[in-house]
Ligand binder design. Structure first.
Ligand code: NAP
Length: 337
């Protein structure tokens, strides 16, 4: 981009695992980035982000809370696009009750509506400030219909919110409800919407805070011989996302005016047995769960034609674990309690 062409984008959730990779990628591509976190006095996060290449010249950080729409007006000023990656999955009610134990009223008012409202708050600010494109980070939890396809496709395999709510899967249902709300809002206001569906994110932590509350914290604990994630290897499978791939896909979608709708943002699915076989390369034997003792279920299959239309080469799952453990050792980040 020439100096005159430099565009501004707002990354809402810049300090998060996905958000920090988006900031890094956007700066590398020459964008001016307005990033948000809840409190810019959190020096560990701010100083880590400001050390990214290009940050001193083109990164500005703002405090913003997704429950307050107006707090996003300043970071969205003159922004061409908003990247929404600051709506973490709510897994507990207001008093700490696990989502799956809430009744319908509480599930709706304490889990689903806040996620939906947070998304609307940011989109309303984007619309007020004239942003034309929204890139929403959702989850593969929105691609779990009652009868999934043999090979999942993001345009076909769409969760049934009512069914998930009836099953008290409020944590999952918040994603499809949020997506539907974003679709309706952007359609009404003539904005382009690209929605990304990542799964379990594994990659090098960019900030020490990425080792708190993520799957990365479990991987770090295992490295130190601490068990506790699973007591026995689960029979099922898990899909994996590289946060770097997610960031590159998000920027590729912004830069491709034809890109729109939902995109799987993952490399593939492995059985947990295979995942633990890979983790075993990096952690002491005593940290591993008891063997499954039978054949694992077949992993989920995906049709990746839409994902691949964005032209981003996907990392192998092996590489994601290697990158995590190499970076972890390199920076010698202590495991979080
Ligand atoms: N990580 C995964 O494995 C995974 C898997 C599937 C889907 N996803 C989805 O991907 C998205 C990003 O995930 P992530 O792991 O990158 O999240 P994360 O690391 O927890 O980051 C969340 C970001 O949102 C900000 N934030 C949190 N609460 C906020 C609030 N009330 N108002 C404004 N900002 C707030 C955080 O800022 P602070 O610094 O202020 O906390 C941080 O910048 C989420 O929607 C998540 O559900 C993640």
């Amino acid at each position: 981009m020439s100096k005159a062409e430099v565009k501004t984008i707002c990354i809402a959730g810049a300090s998060g695992l996905a958000g920090a990779y988006m900031v890094k990628e956007a700066l590398a591509r020459g964008y001016r980035v307005n990033g948000t976190l809840r409190d810019i006095s959190q020096l560990d996060k701010v100083s880590g982000l400001m050390r990214l290449p290009g940050a001193a010249e083109r990164l500005h950080l703002f405090s913003a809370d997704n429950s307050v729409s107006e707090s996003f007006d300043a970071p969205l000023t003159q922004a061409d696009a908003v990247f929404i990656t600051c709506i973490p999955t709510l897994k507990h009610g207001a008093d700490g009750t696990p989502a799956a134990e809430l009744d319908r009223d509480r599930g709706m008012s304490e889990i689903i509506r806040p996620a939906e409202q947070a998304c609307l708050n940011i989109l309303r600010a984007a619309q007020r400030q004239g942003a034309k494109t929204a890139v929403l980070c959702s989850s593969t939890a929105s691609a779990e219909p009652a009868t999934p396809s043999f090979e999942k496709h993001e345009d076909r395999d769409i969760s049934d919110a009512e069914m998930q709510i009836q099953q008290r899967k409020y944590a999952q249902a918040q994603k499809i409800v949020m997506e539907a709300t974003a679709e309706a809002f952007t359609e009404e206001h003539g904005m382009r919407l690209c929605t990304f569906l990542p799964s379990m994110m594994v990659g090098a932590p960019l900030l020490p805070s990425h080792l708190k509350g993520h799957v990365l914290s479990f991987l770090a604990k295992l490295r130190h011989g601490k068990t506790g994630w699973h007591s026995t290897v689960p029979a099922g499978s898990m899909s994996l996302t590289s946060p770097d791939n997610l960031a590159k896909m998000s920027l590729a979608a912004l830069e491709n005016p034809k890109a729109a709708g939902r995109y799987f943002a993952l490399s593939g699915s492995w059985s947990w047995a295979r995942i633990y076989q890979e983790i075993a390369e990096y952690v002491p034997l005593e940290a591993l769960p008891a063997p499954l003792g039978k054949d694992p279920e077949p992993p989920t299959r995906f049709d990746f034609s839409k994902r691949d239309s964005l032209g981003v080469p996907m990392r192998g799952i092996q590489q994601m674990f290697a990158e995590f453990y190499e970076a972890y050792e390199h920076v010698r980040l202590a495991p979080q309690a």
